[in-house]
Ligand binder design. Structure first.
Ligand code: SIN
Length: 236
């Protein structure tokens, strides 16, 4: 196994965190800088239906946030305690996810599987992630040798890797943002699709995040959304 030439790396920041792709051999927590995670992608095939779309996550890049005042306002509201920000830098945005390594002999099969699973508006991109190796099995010599070859980021000191990722870009037909947490929560609280309830998608994502030792700090947007969805569900 060499990191660049064999197999593929895939980043999960939503359902892929708790429902991994098939046939992976390694799962490593990772941080992506320069994006914020939002439930602004509608779902008609997993957590909703064409008549009643649910909401799933996508990643909003720094340049789109800077171009779109309502995206920036949303960041300020949920991630910056409401304090105005004039000079948001890509490194101010960070999202926790996990990367999976799929070996070469399974790469085509897994890519085909993911292309179908992520078809509702997501497209395949490449991003740089910073690996958090604190939980990695250091006795796995093959993995450690592959990781050793990776460059180290000058600021974070973490190993960086370029990985595949499925993103619902802001101009895809299923993008619904920006929505307030209250609007998104009212959709998530009640919707159901072929993969299960929209509430379970959010719950499993929040539980996975909570169980990751990597998470130095909590995702305030996710926490707030989960609380609001639970509040609505208590009133039903
Ligand atoms: C992902 O998990 O990385 C993509 C978004 C999703 O399918 O929830």
């Amino acid at each position: 196994m060499t990191v660049e030439k064999c197999g593929i790396w895939v980043l999960g920041y939503g359902s892929l965190i708790y429902k991994p792709p098939p046939h992976y051999t390694h799962r490593i927590p990772a941080v992506i800088y320069g994006f914020m995670r939002r439930f602004w992608q509608s779902s008609v095939d997993h957590r909703g239906t064409p008549d009643s779309p649910g909401r799933v996550v996508t990643l909003i890049p720094h340049d789109e946030i800077m171009k779109t005042p309502r995206f920036l306002q949303d960041y300020v509201k949920y991630e910056n305690h409401g304090n105005p920000i004039t000079n948001l830098q890509p490194n101010d945005l960070h999202t926790i996810g996990v990367v999976y390594y799929i070996p070469a002999d399974r790469a085509d099969e897994v890519r085909e599987y993911l292309d179908v699973r992520e078809q509702n508006g997501y497209t395949l991109h490449e991003v740089e992630v910073h690996l958090d190796l604190t939980e990695s099995d250091s006795s796995d010599q093959e993995l450690m040798a592959a990781i050793h070859q990776l460059p180290e980021h000058e600021t974070t000191g973490k190993k960086v890797l370029t990985t595949n990722v499925y993103i619902g870009t802001v101009n895809n037909e299923a993008f619904v943002g920006p929505e307030t947490i209250e609007q998104t929560a009212s959709v998530i609280a009640t919707n159901v699709g072929p993969s299960g309830t929209n509430f379970d998608y959010l719950r499993m994502l929040c539980e996975s995040m909570a169980s990751m030792k990597t998470c130095e700090e909590t995702d305030k947007y996710l926490e707030h959304l989960f609380k609001e969805v639970n509040r609505i569900r208590d009133t039903l």
